[in-house]
Structures are given as structure tokens and as C-alpha cells.
Design a protein around this ligand. Structure first.
Ligand code: AMP
Length: 209
């Protein structure tokens, strides 16, 4: 099954994707994670996109599409995948329908206030990338990662208040139009993403057969 998860940053796409990938046994492909890994590894791609990510801008469409094309050619994608955070523009969505038409696009419907609250309280481990939330998903010991034990829980550059506001603006201008696109080609379902992951998963199971 080929799924697209789209919606505002902080809507819970990555969190639900981790649950769904286990259930359906297909990988989650997060373009944000692919870019962040490239930045961490200081690859040429990482150097190219690092400023763009820090500012909350979008990476150019052609570059993003080629990264995803390369990723879906790997063996673990043969039974499908969850595209998390891609497509993010109409151009990406149109192009992807030519490359590998998706089955269903799941729209994560969430208010800007919930997004601001969630992203403002998100922390990531600077060492292993594990994700926490100082309100809803605290580490066992404050400031210390449960998974790798390093005291390196940080706020991502693009989770700083100014970048969050900018990412929301970019989302409303560039990504929200995907609603109409996927609706028009009859591939769109929506779930209420103001709730926690358990109820999102219950709703997911009802709308994606
Ligand atoms: P995310 O973790 O999905 O919020 O993505 C983090 C950042 O990666 C975004 O703010 C963009 O700079 C970049 N990015 C991720 N996915 C895309 C995409 N599909 N198109 C362009 N830029 C992207």
C-alpha cells in the first residue's frame, strides 16, 4: 500500500507513521528525516539544504523528488510505503502521481494553535534523534534521552518560535492546496489530528481499508 501523510508540521504525521508502519509492515519515508540525516552526516546534499531547513523554507521540488525516487527503489519499499511530509507542493504531488501513483492521501486536520503548542514543547536527542515532548512524552530523567542515555535533548532550529510561524505560513500557502488536489483525484481521506496518537490510529483504521 502506498500512503501519503500530509498536514501541518507538528500534526503528528511522524508519530502515527511509526504505529502504522508496524501494523502494515511497510517503511515510513520522511523527507524531513532524510534531509536532517544528510545534514548530520555533512554530505553534499546536507550542505545544500541545511540553511533551507533552519529557516523553515522548502527544499526545491526537483531535488526533493529525486531523493524520494532514490529511496523508494530500495528493497524494503517493494510492498509499499508511507510518505511522511512528501509531497508538500502541488508540483511534487502531480509529479509523484506520474512516478508511482499513491493509493490514499491522509490529511491530518489540526489547528494552528495545537501545532504551536506541540512544536514548542518538542525536544529531540541531538545524539540519536529520538523525539520527546516536555508535556506529553517526557523522558524518564529530565533532559536525558531514554534510548541512548545522552543528556543532549535540544530544541530543533526549526522548532524555534519564529521558524514555527514561518513553517505554518509555508504550509498554508504551499501544502494545504494538496487537499483540493487529492480530493479531485478521489484519493483523499482526513483524520482529526488534534487528538493523541491512539485515537488518530483508531480513526486511521476506519478510513483506510
Ligand atoms: P519535517 O520534518 O517534515 O517538518 O521537514 C523538515 C524540513 O525539511 C521542512 O521544513 C523543509 O525544509 C524540508 N522538507 C521536508 N519535506 C519536504 C518536501 N516534501 N519538500 C520540500 N522540503 C521539504
Amino acid at each position: 500500500m502506498k500512503l501519503v501523510f500530509f498536514g501541518a508540521p507538528g500534526a503528528g504525521k511522524g508519530t502515527l507513521a511509526k504505529v502504522v508502519m508496524k501494523e502494515l509492515n511497510i517503511p515510513q519515508i520522511s523527507t524531513g528525516d532524510l534531509f536532517r540525516q544528510a545534514i548530520k552526516d555533512k554530505t553534499p546534499l546536507g550542505q545544500q539544504v541545511s540553511d533551507i531547513l533552519a529557516k523553515g523554507e522548502l527544499v526545491p521540488d526537483s531535488l526533493t523528488i529525486s531523493i524520494v525516487k532514490e529511496r523508494v527503489e530500495q528493497a524494503d519499499c517493494k510492498n509499499g510505503y508511507i510518505l511522511d511530509g512528501f509531497p508538500r507542493t502541488i508540483i511534487q504531488a502531480e509529479e509523484w502521481e506520474k512516478v508511482a501513483p499513491i493509493d490514499t492521501a491522509i490529511y491530518f486536520d489540526v489547528t494552528d494553535d495545537v501545532v504551536r503548542r506541540r512544536l514548542g514543547s518538542r525536544r529531540v536527542c541531538g545524539n540519536c534523534g529520538a523525539i520527546y515532548n516536555i508535556i506529553s512524552l517526557k523522558p524518564k530523567v529530565e533532559g536525558v534521552c531514554d534510548k541512548c542515555g545522552k543528556a543532549q535533548l535540544i530544541i530543533r532550529d526549526d522548532d524555534q518560535e519564529e521558524a514555527i510561524n514561518h513553517r505554518l505560513e509555508v504550509y498554508h500557502a504551499q501544502t494545504k492546496p494538496l487537499l483540493e488536489f487529492y480530493d479531485r483525484i478521489k484519493k483523499m481521506v482526513s483524520i482529526n489530528a488534534n487528538h493523541e496518537v491512539d485515537s488518530m490510529f483508531a480513526e486511521f483504521k476506519k478510513v483506510v481499508k
